[in-house]
Ligand binder design. Structure first.
Ligand SMILES: C[S@@+](CC[C@H](N)C(=O)[O-])C[C@H]1O[C@@H](n2cnc3c(N)ncnc32)[C@H](O)[C@@H]1O
Length: 186
């Protein structure tokens, strides 16, 4: 993250300076960005729509990340997610701790090829036929600070991944059959 660890907005748990600029540089082609658990995200650094459960923050959508009922997820091709990391963190926002797997389930409504950049201290549970984990990046803010990880997921086509799995299984069976034939010919 470079040497600037400050949170410009001073919001508790806000992204460190430089984070958004670096993530933006990874996705130059993405046009429709959604900041999930948006807090006071710096939209001048990375423009997009916002979702938070707290209406006082005036997000585009006031919604629970575990359902995202008010959010037209099919319109977005990149989601940046920054959930509370622990019950203690959630207390700061006067919310209950989110169930990460339930958030990932709601995000299955994203279009195929959409990416999620998830910043956390825990790898969320997700369906392997719905998401592919494309990258994992460690993030150290500075000494005596918590260690965080960025996980990048890509929404995958379940049909394609099932087809690939079936084709791979068939190929393996064929290879085994062939190996058996050669062995009996010896
Ligand atoms: C770590 S902060 C995000 C800070 C943000 N990245 C920033 O730079 O300001 C987590 C945010 O999640 C919100 N939140 C907590 N539970 C939520 C839920 N179930 N659904 C949506 N937002 C939630 C909190 O209100 C808080 O603003």
């Amino acid at each position: 993250m470079g040497n600037d660890y400050r949170v410009k907005s001073t919001y508790y748990g806000g992204y460190p300076a430089g984070y958004l600029r670096r993530v933006k540089a990874l996705f130059p082609d993405k046009q429709r960005v959604l900041h999930l658990f948006s807090g006071q995200v710096d939209l001048s650094a990375f423009p997009g729509d916002t979702v938070d459960i707290n209406p006082k923050l005036k997000p585009t959508y006031v919604d629970d990340a575990q359902t995202l009922q008010r959010v037209p997820l099919e319109n977005y091709d990149l989601v940046l997610a920054d959930p509370p990391y622990s019950v203690e963190d959630a207390d700061h926002y006067q919310t209950t701790m989110v169930k990460r797997n339930v958030v990932m389930r709601a995000l299955q409504r994203l279009p195929i090829g959409a990416h999620i950049v998830w910043l956390d201290q825990v790898l969320p549970m997700y369906r392997k036929d719905a998401f592919e984990q494309e990258a994992a990046i460690g993030m150290w803010k500075s000494t005596n600070h918590r260690f965080r990880g960025i996980t990048i997921f890509r929404r995958r086509d379940a049909k394609v991944s099932n087809n690939v799995a079936t084709a791979t299984k068939r190929r393996m069976v064929k290879q085994e059959e062939l190996a058996g034939l050669y062995a009996s010919a010896d």
